[in-house]
Design a protein around this ligand. Structure first.
Ligand code: ATP
Length: 199
């Protein structure tokens, strides 16, 4: 599995459609300060479902949309597509390539696609879960992440090993089921209250 291409349009400092293609070897991105190098890694985080504006180095989600310059009008939406090689079928899909797309409009509307099929954010999260990619993966190592790996807190380190071992998916499902159970318990209490009121 490797990153084949990244298409950016209307995202941060990229108003025009920009396509970056990567080989299976090492790629380094170089450029002067402020030229948009970090915006490229922000785009990768964002398309993989990042929801934290702090992580994306902005104040609100709208800040990811190209905000305009003296010469150019702002754009109405931001769109990023990530193309990943899937010849070894790490992703449970028949296709040899997986394309994930995220679009965000100034109105606040979000759209997600997997191989051009409209999906939910949950589907994008599930696609990346246990692959080491994705929002909680370890494929993007920022400064804070290194601290986490070196952290003395075993719970932090455990999460990284769980992702590598491929069991994050099950932990998430367990947490989801526990939340549902809690809600059901609360509903039961409420119903019992109603019953005793009626009796
Ligand atoms: P450095 O080496 O200093 O870290 P860099 O190459 O990583 O720089 P970035 O931080 O990726 O640079 O890019 C910063 C540039 O992106 C700034 O010029 C900023 O104005 C521009 N930028 C960020 N968000 C937007 C936006 N929404 N619209 C237009 N430009 C933006």
């Amino acid at each position: 599995l490797y990153l084949k291409a990244l298409e950016i349009q209307g995202f941060k400092s990229f108003p025009d459609k920009t396509v970056l293609t990567f080989g299976s070897d090492i790629t380094a991105i170089v450029g002067p300060n402020g030229s948009g190098k970090s915006n490229i890694s922000d785009a990768i985080r964002w398309v993989m479902g990042e929801q934290s504006t702090r992580v994306l180095r902005g104040g609100k989600m709208e800040d990811v949309i190209f905000g305009g310059t003296a010469k150019r009008k702002q754009t109405g939406y931001a769109e990023v597509s990530l193309v990943l090689d899937n010849t070894n079928h790490l992703f449970d899909m028949d296709e040899s390539e997986v394309m994930v797309t995220r679009r965000y409009y100034r109105s606040g509307e979000s759209e997600y696609y997997i191989n051009r099929r409209s999906v939910r954010l949950k589907d994008v999260n599930e696609l990346f879960m246990d692959t080491g990619l994705g929002r909680e993966g370890y494929s993007i190592i920022g400064q804070g992440r290194i601290d986490e790996i070196l952290s003395v807190k075993s719970a932090d380190r455990r999460e990284i090993f769980e992702e590598a071992a491929g069991i994050s998916r099950f932990r998430h499902r367990k947490e989801e089921a526990e939340r549902k159970l809690e809600r059901t318990d609360e509903n039961l209490v409420r119903i019992n209250d109603k019953i005793s009121e009626l009796e």
